[in-house]
Each structure stands twice: as C-alpha cells, then as structure tokens.
Ligand binder design. Structure first.
Ligand code: ADP
Length: 323
C-alpha cells in the first residue's frame, strides 16, 4: 500500500532561480498573459503546459528579455529581466520552437557560429563545443551537415547550442513536438540530466504525456492564466477529489461490492479501465478509512491480494483544467 502515502516534495528546499510576479502581457486589447505567478527552482524540470495560443511562447520570450511585459515582473537569479538584459542573456539558454538550422553547416560549424556570437574566446571554443556535444549526446554527428540530420538529432544539436555559454536556466519551447517517440525519450532523459546538473529547465508542450513523467513541477496555462501550478503529484491530488482504488481478491471477489457498502466512504464501482480479475472503485476516503475498509473486507473472509490506489493520470487533469 506504499502508493497511498503522499511523497514529500524533494524540490521544495532548492533555491528559486526564476520567478514571475503578476506578469502580464497585452497585445493591444488582447490579454495574452494575465497576472502570472511562477516559481522555478534549480535542479527542477518545470513543464509549462497549455493548448496552442495559451501564452507559453509569450512567457518564454519575456523571460529571455526578447519581449517587454505590459505589467508585473520577471526575476532571474535575483535580477529583474527588464533592467538587466545582458546579464539575463548569460543566465538563460533559449531554444525557440522551429529554430533555424543553416542546412549547409556541419554540426560543429553551427555551434562554432553561435559560440562566436556568445563571444566565447576562440581558444576555448573547440573544447566548449565538444563538451556541449557530449552533454547533448550528439558527438557522433559533429561532422554531419545540419540539413542531413533528422528532427530529433537537430533538436539535440539545438540543445547543445543553448548550452554553449553554460546558462543556469534553460528554456525550451516544444522540444518534443515534432520528433519520433524514441527521440522524444532521449530528449526527456537529457532534460533530466540537465536538471540534475543543477540547472532549472523550463520546457513547454501542448501535449501533456510528452512531459508528465519527466517534470518535477508543472504549470498549466489556459488563455493566459495559470490554472494550476506545483509538484506534479500535488496537482493531481488537488484536482481529483475522489481516489481511484483497485482491488484484487483471491477468494470471495463476488462479495467485494456488497461488503464495501458497509465500509467508510462512498465506494462506487467503476467499470471504465477495469482489468480482468480486478475491481475498480471511486471513493472519498482518507488513509484511515481505507485501512478500515480493507480490514472489513478481510474480516468478512475475502482474501485480498491487492488493494491499491491507481495514480491519477496527468492527462485527465490537464483535460479537465483546460476544457
Ligand atoms: P503558445 O505559445 O501557448 O501557443 P503564444 O504565446 O504564442 O501561445 O500566443 C498567445 C496568444 O497571443 C495567441 O492568441 C496569439 O495569437 C497572441 N499573440 C502572440 N504574439 C502576438 C503578437 N505579436 N501580436 C498579437 N497577438 C499575439
């Protein structure tokens, strides 16, 4: 029954490196971002999730100093973005959606071009480029033409590019959107590794399952408003009022439904998603009531082999929040 215990948030003690306070952006009369309050910590993968047009790119462009907010503020590493653009450029690595790739450059030439733009001294560049290729796991295509790389490979070289100046905050706009499932898994592993290096990794998606299992925290955006934000597990718990429980009995399974009528909480059988040999119930019960319900089943002679909560599906949460 270990999955019934709430996990403490491991990220809550780390330093907040990025935050926004009532951040607002209007395009004319249209409010694209509405009083956004976000916090992202070092070592954290933050999933910024929302349907197309919800304001993800607008947020990212403000955080990088490419767009002025209409109100509120964004602070990175203790400095307000608006007043310290050069410093923010050093702190932040940004990979836009559909970044340009210069097809006739080899991967290392492409990186060398950006290393020069970041004013990395000529002597240091080869080392730095090799290091970034290695971190992004793309050393093997350093001599390939950018135009010949698959989307997934390009994406990794793009990430290597954003790492050249060793930024503390990485902002990646829809990095997994157009690549195949295998490449997507590699990108997810890479995001985790970058966070484990102590960086804050902000990554957006309009499709939640792409990111659900790699993020420590998520912010769910709808029409410019943050409708939920926090550790993944906490969000799921707060949205789902009822627990979904799964029970498997070795003997007496046909009496489970009737016995649970006497148990604390309202046990209601659900057939959707139910696997053979297991029964599913929705119930409004705390841990104590669950323990009492299990005891009741046992005391009535039902041999319970499994009694476990089904973790909430982040996709359900996302759909219910953004519909
Ligand atoms: P997302 O990245 O979530 O798809 P965006 O931040 O790109 O969303 O856009 C949010 C909203 O702001 C959309 O409705 C979009 O049409 C609008 N928008 C974005 N840029 C501009 C602009 N330069 N002028 C007017 N409206 C814009």
């Amino acid at each position: 029954m270990s999955n019934m215990t709430a996990q403490p948030s491991v990220t809550s003690t780390r330093e907040v490196i990025l935050q926004t306070e009532s951040l607002t952006k209007r395009y004319g009369d249209f409010v694209a971002l509405d009083n956004l309050n976000l916090q992202v910590r070092r070592g954290e993968v933050f999933g910024y999730i929302g349907p197309n047009g919800s304001g993800k790119t607008t947020t990212f462009r403000i955080l990088c100093g490419l767009l002025e907010p209409s109100g509120g503020r964004a602070v990175i590493g203790g400095k307000e973005v608006t007043g310290s653009k050069d410093l923010i450029k050093q702190m932040v690595g940004y990979l836009p959606d559909n970044f340009g790739v210069y097809p006739s450059l080899r991967a290392w030439e492409y990186l060398d071009f950006f290393a020069a733009a970041y004013r990395i001294p000529v002597k240091e560049r080869p080392d730095r480029i090799e290091k970034c290729l290695a971190i992004a796991n793309c050393t093997q295509f350093r001599d390939k033409l950018m135009g010949e790389l698959s989307r997934g490979m390009k994406q990794r070289v793009g990430i290597a590019k954003t790492l050249l100046h060793d930024p503390q905050v990485l902002i990646l706009d829809e990095p997994a959107a157009t690549i195949d499932p295998r490449a997507r898994i590699q990108i997810r592993q890479l995001l985790r590794e970058l966070a484990d290096m102590g960086k804050a990794v902000l990554v957006s998606s309009h499709i939640l399952p792409e990111l659900g299992d790699v993020c420590d925290t998520v912010g769910i955006l709808k029409e410019g408003k943050l409708v939920a934000c926090g550790p993944v597990q906490e969000i799921m718990r707060s949205i789902r009022q009822k627990r979904l429980m799964e029970i498997r009995a070795l003997a007496g399974g046909d009496r489970v439904v009737s016995v649970l009528k006497d148990a604390p909480g309202e046990w209601e059988q659900v057939t959707e998603g139910q696997q053979e040999g297991k029964l599913r119930f929705e119930v409004q019960a705390d841990e104590q009531q669950l323990a009492e319900s299990l005891q009741l089943l046992l005391s009535r002679g039902i041999t319970v082999a499994e009694f476990a909560e089904v973790p909430a599906d982040l996709e359900d949460v996302f759909m219910s929040l953004t519909k």
